[in-house]
Write a protein that binds this ligand. Structure first.
Ligand code: ZN
Length: 440
């Protein structure tokens, strides 16, 4: 990094007096600076490390924290750890009374921020959040059992917290702050009906009181990456969001599974309900979910790295975009079954081999009316005329036009069609020669 800036000082002064030289110098210096900035950004991104994630998960999913139930002794100890980490990383406090905590009842969100670099755009905040509470010793309503034992919640959601801390650290190392303000939010009370994130959406602490939240990312359970497959929720909450994430994923190359579900099952929901475009990254459920066995040794630490990298790239892309994303409120009514209906293949159309252009006649549905006889088709060669009424196929009377279409589709290469023309019944023959292109 340093090497790219040193040669600028060694440029011979004489070159500066020549216009061409000045221009070349300017371009060279600019590209050098950009290059240096890019490299430092890369270094910032490289600070996202599996080893660091492992250290955070080990601390949070330790039995000493007793499963981090919101408002409990272990939950409070987890909060203390997180404040220490925010201080070490060097993000600014975004909680109440100049500190990192946003208190509500016996619970505490832990909030950090980095102010945006643009005077206008920095009034908008992009939030990345992860809940740090879990279910403690478990109860029949929040545990799949056995209850009464410490539920360490290593994947749910020490993994997401670890990812968030890594994102926050990377952001402090960037050579240039993004335009919008970055907020790092560790939610309490998620397992008690999304209390922490709901509280934040309702009541902003003082440092963020005048900010508009433009976008948010939720990391919930990112510690079980399998087959490089990452579930992504909420991309339909703004036009272009899916494209942003696909681009952000280019260096990472995860297999992204986009879902249309907008369930109330994690901290993205209060944001979506408040009209804020929001996505969630999630590596999927497993048999240890909400059980005492959700332990640190089962976490895929190498997998946290690319997921966190993707979250970082997505956050920075939105934080620096020319415009903030527009909320698409219909996303709240969308789901996977609607998606299946919308994306289902249309039933195959019956082959148009015969090219008999008819329309049903409400006065007599059993006798479709010929309304078109195209040139060089079996219909024209068979002697059909506009105004003929089709009354039978191969001597069998018709039920309606649909019946006619279905029977023609099943017919062999020649078929006798009974018609009524000017009060007389006639029989015309349709002959199709598929290889001669005789179909309409
Ligand atoms: Zn949970």
């Amino acid at each position: 990094m340093v090497n790219f800036q040193q040669p600028a000082k060694k440029l011979p002064r004489a070159r500066l007096v020549r216009a061409v030289g000045v221009a070349a110098f300017a371009v060279w210096t600019l590209s050098g600076a950009l290059r240096a900035a890019e490299l430092s950004a890369a270094a910032a991104r490289a600070s996202v490390r599996a080893d660091d994630a492992k250290r955070h998960v080990a601390a949070l999913a330790d039995d000493a924290l007793e499963g981090r139930a919101a408002g409990s002794r272990g939950g409070r100890a987890a909060g203390t750890y997180l404040v220490d980490e925010f201080q070490r990383i060097g993000v600014d406090p975004a909680g109440d009374e100049g500190g990192f905590y946003q208190r509500f009842g016996t619970m505490r969100n832990v909030l950090g921020m980095l102010r945006g670099s643009d005077p206008e755009a920095s009034r908008e905040a992009v939030v990345i959040g992860a809940h740090y509470d879990h279910v403690g010793y478990g109860t029949p309503s929040n545990s799949f059992g056995p209850t009464g034992r410490i539920h360490n919640g290593a994947d749910d959601n020490a993994s997401g917290v670890a990812g968030l801390l890594e994102v926050a650290e990377a952001c402090t190392l960037l050579p240039r702050r993004p335009k919008r303000t970055l907020v790092f939010a560790l939610w309490d009370g998620e397992e008690v009906n999304l209390l922490g994130s709901s509280h934040f959406v309702r009541e902003r602490p003082l440092p963020l009181a005048h900010h508009r939240v433009a976008f948010s990312i939720n990391l919930d359970m990112i510690g079980r990456l399998r087959g490089e497959r990452l579930e992504v929720y909420g991309t339909r909450s703004a036009v272009g969001l899916r494209q942003t994430i696909v681009s952000a994923n280019l260096p990472t190359g995860l297999k992204l599974a986009f879902s249309w579900e907008c369930s109330k099952d994690s901290d993205h929901y209060p944001f979506l309900a408040a009209g804020i475009p929001t996505v969630m990254f999630h590596t999927g459920l497993h048999s240890e979910y909400h059980r005492p066995s959700d332990d640190a040794h089962l976490v895929n630490y190498a997998g946290i790295e690319p997921v966190t990298g993707l979250a970082l790239e997505t956050l920075l892309a939105v934080a620096d975009a020319p415009a903030s994303p527009d909320f698409r409120d219909v996303c709240l009514a969308e789901n996977e079954s609607g998606r299946r209906q919308l994306e289902a293949e249309a039933p195959p159309a019956p082959p148009k081999r015969w090219g008999l252009g008819t329309r049903p006649d409400a006065a007599d549905p059993t006798a479709p009316l010929v309304v078109r006889v195209s040139p060089n088709t079996p219909a024209e060669r068979g002697g059909f005329r506009i105004g003929d009424r089709v009354v039978a196929i191969d001597q069998q009377p018709l039920i309606d036009q649909g019946d006619m279409v279905a029977r023609l589709a099943q017919a062999a290469d020649r078929v006798d069609v009974g018609i009524e023309r000017e009060g007389r019944l006639l029989e015309l023959r349709l002959v199709v020669n598929p290889t001669a292109g005789g179909a309409e």
